[in-house]
Design a protein around this ligand. Structure first.
Ligand code: COA
Length: 310
């Protein structure tokens, strides 16, 4: 039985920061941000809401959606570059908070491709029979590492969490193929010292090339053609980068996920946040072929082709 998604949950903080509000704090404009990135607003977690808090809320919803109990979870994988602290891991904190007494736990550091890395890791454990129900979470509190005086980055990022319970699904459904990669030679283009620092143009070029190539490669690895793909969920970093991936698969605009306008770039949370949003809005149906593709600091990339449904 193949590995696939059996439950989804998300959480975003209530506080909204619009482009207009940013205009009052830094030298930018709503017009620039919307035309260059597609972002209109983002969610920001207040001081007391840390990464584990957001992860917990998304996880609870995913477990409920999967119709299982926390005891049934046997592995927790949390993809994040903004953990509450270096250790204990967010996944171990969650294991305790959820009462997932039978679960092993580890965090994954693959930046904006983290959720894809988590899904593919979960697939290996499920395929091998080692674990049955794996909780995979992408969660970030990027607001705590953003330099709010740097207009090159302050306008781009937001906070949030998305969770999936993965387990065995019906034959023909679930993850059909995947592609993971890393090119550490580009590591300097996006990194963290005290704050997140980025060479936007270099990351842009890398993302446009790699998102397209990786999306195509999973379609081919699954033995499918572009025509078989029903929907694409690109990492929600910038509408222009997302568009390039969609165009490589020759999909019409309505077949691409878009939540970047409302959440900005939430790094590892962006793909599961989008997936849940698209499910709720009826854009993905059972047996649709969906391509998920992400890229980020490392530089790394990852994509998955899956046939939706339990
Ligand atoms: N408001 C107004 N102007 C801004 C600005 C802002 N927030 N940020 C940058 N600018 C200015 C620049 O200073 C530059 O001015 P100059 O020509 O006088 O030097 C001008 O806008 C164009 O900058 P440029 O960097 O060429 O813009 P761009 O079209 O490449 O867009 C990004 C910038 C960051 C939006 C874009 O490069 C991008 O999205 N890169 C990928 C980033 C990413 O996805 N990171 C996350 C990885 S997971």
């Amino acid at each position: 039985m193949p590995a696939g998604v059996i439950g989804m949950g998300t959480y975003v903080p209530e506080k909204v920061i619009t482009n207009k509000e940013l205009e009052t704090k830094i030298d930018t404009s709503d017009e620039w941000i919307q035309t260059r990135t597609g972002i209109k607003e983002r969610r920001i977690a207040s001081g007391e809401i840390d990464t584990s808090h957001m992860a917990f809320n998304a996880a609870k919803e995913a477990i409920q959606d999967a119709n299982i109990s926390p005891d049934d979870i046997d592995l927790i994988l949390v993809a994040t570059v903004t953990p509450d602290q270096p250790f204990p891991s967010v996944s171990s904190m969650l294991q305790h908070q959820l009462g997932a007494t039978n679960a092993a736990a580890m965090d994954i550091s693959a930046a904006c491709a983290g959720f894809i890395y988590g899904m593919v890791t979960a697939k290996q454990f499920i395929d091998s029979g080692a674990h049955n129900n794996v909780l995979v979470i992408g969660v970030e509190k990027l607001s705590k590492i953003v330099d709010w005086e740097d207009r090159n980055t302050a306008v781009l990022f937001g906070d949030g969490a998305g969770a999936a319970v993965m387990g065995q699904v019906s034959e023909g459904r679930g993850i059909l193929s995947y592609d993971l990669g890393s090119d550490g030679s580009g590591g300097e283009h996006i990194k963290q010292d005290e704050f997140l620092r980025m060479n936007g143009r270099e990351v842009f070029k890398f993302a446009v090339r790699q998102m397209g190539e990786s999306s195509l490669s999973v379609v081919e690895k699954a033995g499918l053609t572009k025509e078989d793909v029903n929907f694409i969920i690109p990492h929600q970093a910038n509408i222009r980068i997302m568009e390039s991936a969609r165009q490589r698969l020759e999909l019409p605009i309505e077949k691409m996920s878009k939540t970047v306008d409302r959440y900005g770039n939430t790094s590892s949370a962006s793909i599961p946040l989008s997936l849940k949003y698209d499910l709720e809005h009826g854009k993905i149906k059972d047996d649709d072929v969906v391509v998920l593709v992400g890229f980020g600091a490392g530089l790394v990339w990852g994509s998955v082709a899956l046939r939706w449904g339990r």
